[in-house]
Design a protein around this ligand. Structure first.
Ligand code: SAH
Length: 339
């Protein structure tokens, strides 16, 4: 579809076998167009021509019909024509990494997969708000989980996706960040394969690197840190884990770690990290309410309590957490002339 083209109430003729044309039909209907369908080339004749109410002709390459005559007639009548890709013939599941939250951080491949999706199972994280535009006319299934509220159990999500794919649908599972970083992507892939359903995985920009980055914190920096370890703080760390994390000497990035932060900070101190080690918490990266709380390992727990930090947030511990801090009032630093 041409973005921004107002199709409300306009006649659109979509030519293609029903299986191939179904996504185009759903998208143009979602845009408010009055859709007429043509299933094979033989249904079109010059004598009857194109209905005068038609403003746009869409042809789908379904491998069976040549739409040359229809296109020629549209050209002759001065009707705008476009071709759209054919929908998939066989059902499949595509795990799409949605990136850290804004639609323009979704990959081109992920965007294309959404445009071809019949059904989208989506989360709370990721570019959820823009789905009506990214997957016009698709069935949207919200399986989002607020922390502590497991709205749809994992097995049920997997079963639902497999069931939909078996009806021939292209099913997109849109996940926050990258599907394979604490996203249960591997379980979803394995269950689809076990059920004999085709599955594809499209990577996404993980919050583990991008959220520190957007607040000016590089996960590695020459001379400061030459490694980063991404850990889930969902469950408290064991003593062994804490000792390894403290011993690495690199950056520690904790996801899902706000609730266990006190224990993490105390544990890392106990295992030898200096209290002066820089630390930061970045909440809601890439949203209007993104917030950075900077501290040191010794003051982090208190700073987070005082600021009332909540999930989703990325915690960064290590020398890099002191980098890139933007002064509160940048304007004050500018020469008066440009203020
Ligand atoms: N697969 C995701 C991570 C899923 S775990 C990824 O690769 O990013 C969910 C955790 O990711 C959240 O609890 C939080 O720690 C982090 N997270 C995801 N998006 C975030 C964002 N926009 N801002 C801050 N943290 C985010």
């Amino acid at each position: 579809m041409i973005p921004g083209l107002d199709l409300a109430g306009q006649g659109v003729l979509i030519a293609g076998a029903p299986w191939a044309a179904r996504r185009a039909v759903a998208s143009y209907m979602a845009a408010g167009a009055k859709v007429a369908e043509l299933y094979t080339s033989s249904e079109f004749s010059y004598r009857t021509g194109i209905d005068p109410t038609i403003r746009l002709v869409i042809t789908i390459d379904d491998g069976a019909s040549s739409w040359a005559k229809l296109r020629a007639a549209a050209r002759h009548s001065g009707i705008l024509q476009l071709s759209e890709p054919a929908a998939a013939r066989e059902g499949k599941i595509i795990l799409v990494g949605g990136g850290p939250g804004s639609a323009d951080l979704l990959t081109v491949r992920g965007t294309n997969a959404l445009a071809m999706a019949d059904v989208v199972f989506h989360d709370r994280l990721g570019p959820g708000q823009d789905l009506a535009e990214l997957a016009p006319g698709a069935q949207l299934v919200d399986v989002g989980k607020a922390p502590g509220h497991h709205k749809v159990p994992q097995e049920q999500i997997q079963e639902g996706m497999i069931k939909a794919a078996r009806t021939g649908a292209t099913v997109v599972r849109l996940k926050g960040g990258d599907p394979y970083v604490f996203g249960r992507g591997s379980e979803e892939r394995e269950s689809a394969l076990a059920a004999g359903v085709n599955v594809e995985v499209i990577p996404g920009i993980s919050s583990a690197i991008s959220v520190p980055g957007v607040s000016g914190i590089p996960v590695t920096a020459r001379g400061v840190s030459k490694s980063f370890t991404v850990v889930s703080g969902h469950d408290p760390f064991t003593e062994t884990e804490l000792s390894h994390l403290a011993g690495m000497g690199g950056t520690v990035v904790v996801l899902m770690g706000v609730a266990t932060l006190q224990q993490t900070a105390a544990g890392l101190l106990r295992h030898g990290l200096a209290a002066t080690t820089p630390a930061a918490v970045i909440e809601r990266g890439f949203t209007d309410s993104q917030r950075s709380t900077r501290a040191t390992l010794g003051t982090l727990a208190e700073a987070v309590l005082r600021a009332g930090c909540t999930n989703p947030a990325v915690i960064i511990i290590g020398g890099v957490a002191a980098l890139g801090e933007v002064p509160e009032n940048v304007a004050a630093l500018l020469p008066a002339a440009v203020r």
